[in-house]
Design a protein around this ligand. Structure first.
Ligand code: GLA
Length: 418
């Protein structure tokens, strides 16, 4: 696939194309030259930044379909990603999670389930690429995947070469059956195998935060899970947000904390809860991997996953992971993410059982005293100019937030609002 095809739908396509060109040159260079990066974390950072300058977005089969994956599902999902506008909104990677693989051949090469994927992975990748999407797959550092399929242990190089040949652009690598292994060492070896394949492939590290990946994974993979698996429930979202929020320092262009894939649209939460789930993933600059059936989305689900104003928060090139700036103690939380254009995104979250009044002062979100333009990112409405001179308490900016809901606004100091 060409660089242009990789980037066809991207917001900053030109800049990214230049970066990809650098990556391809680095990956495909003939032999070692003075410019080729030496092994080690510092050298590794350059290609990592190229592969994921903003958090990856896409779809992954696991949350909705588990082991029930086949080529029909993938083709139909690829079609749906285009038809529903998901691709236009930025969701590019179509990733098959566990259970696509059944065994290894005598030559050591991994074999896709011939019943479920009769046309083979190369043909499927071609179909996905033909839609302007990127193709992702799943493996495990250990001898078996979490669902007991063949893992990568002992076969890193041959697998990387096979995946490159198939046209894989993204691989999620799990950590089942790996208890006695050293995660930084193993994932670095896997990264090196991917590099050796000559194809730029995003490495999604999935060791569930067991080995403090926020300390070492940048430069190894482009995203790393920080927690155990998400479930389709409000309690799960609340728990994951608490855990993922502790590692904000580690995130930035090239490497992202991954609080796991989205559950939006899977039925276990209310509309408000799903909006909060999505808003928090966006303000935490998390990878946005949809995990619902894209072929059958309700209008409510589409209004969440396709909210381009919230997606822009996630995809902002500054790449800051938002943080809690106010913890009220009665179920109210205020989050802030600084944006590349100098604006601030603020999410008022309500974990309590009733409606809450929430508020913020400009001084609490790093804005200068004075007027600022405010826009509501869920109502898609300008709320006008709000002035907080810092001199009067009643100048605070105030909203009402429904139970388990969110109000998300973007605020530009007036000098920067053009
Ligand atoms: C682990 C991962 C999940 C999923 C399953 C597949 O639990 O954390 O995201 O990939 O394995 O078996």
């Amino acid at each position: 696939m060409t660089i242009t095809a990789h980037l066809r739908k991207g917001p900053a396509a030109a800049a990214l194309a230049a970066l990809f060109a650098v990556s391809v040159l680095a990956a495909c260079g003939s032999g070692k030259t003075a410019k080729e990066p030496a092994a080690g974390p510092a050298a590794a950072a350059a290609p990592a930044a190229v592969l994921a300058p903003v958090p990856p977005m896409g779809f992954n089969t696991w949350n909705k379909f588990g082991c029930n994956v086949d080529e029909k599902l993938i083709r139909e999902t690829a079609d749906a990603m285009v038809e529903t506008g998901m691709l236009d909104a930025g969701y590019r990677y179509l990733v098959i999670d566990d259970c696509w693989q059944v065994e290894r051949g005598a030559d050591g090469r991994i074999i896709a389930d011939p019943q479920r994927f009769p046309a083979g992975m190369k043909a499927l990748a071609d179909y996905v690429h033909g839609k302007g999407l990127l193709f992702g797959i799943y493996s495990d550092i250990g001898p078996k995947t979490c669902a007991g399929r063949p893992g990568a242990a002992g076969f890193f190089d041959i697998d990387a070469a096979t995946y490159a040949e198939w046209g894989v652009d993204y691989i999620k690598v799990d950590w089942c059956h790996c208890d006695d292994l050293d995660a930084p060492t193993e994932y670095a070896k896997f990264r090196d195998a991917l590099r050796g394949s000559g194809r730029p492939i995003v490495l999604s590290i999935c060791e569930w935060g067991r080995n403090d990946p926020w300390k070492w994974a940048k430069g190894v993979g482009q995203l790393w899970r920080t927690t155990a698996d998400i479930g389709d429930s409000w309690d799960s979202v609340v728990w994951i947000v608490g855990a993922n929020s502790r590692h904000a320092d580690a995130a930035g262009p090239g490497g992202w904390n991954d609080p796991d894939m989205l559950e939006v649209g899977n039925g276990g939460m209310t509309f408000d809860e799903y909006k909060t789930h999505f808003s928090l993933w966006a303000i935490m600059a998390a990878p946005l991997m949809a995990g619902n059936d894209l072929r059958a989305m309700t209008e409510e689900t589409k209004s969440i996953l396709l909210n381009k104003e919230v997606i822009a928060v996630d995809q902002d090139p500054l790449g800051a992971q938002g943080r809690v700036v106010i913890e009220r103690g009665y179920g109210g939380q205020v989050w802030m993410k600084p944006m590349a254009d100098g604006s601030r995104v603020v999410a008022f979250v309500n974990y309590s059982k009733g409606e809450l009044d929430q508020y913020v002062r400009w001084s609490q979100i790093g804005l200068p005293p004075g007027p600022a333009k405010v826009r509501d990112l869920w109502a898609h409405k300008d709320l006008g100019i709000h002035t907080d001179t810092g001199r009067h308490y009643n100048e605070r900016f105030q909203v009402k937030v429904p139970s388990h809901g969110v109000v998300m606004v973007r605020i530009w100091p007036v000098e920067a609002a053009k």
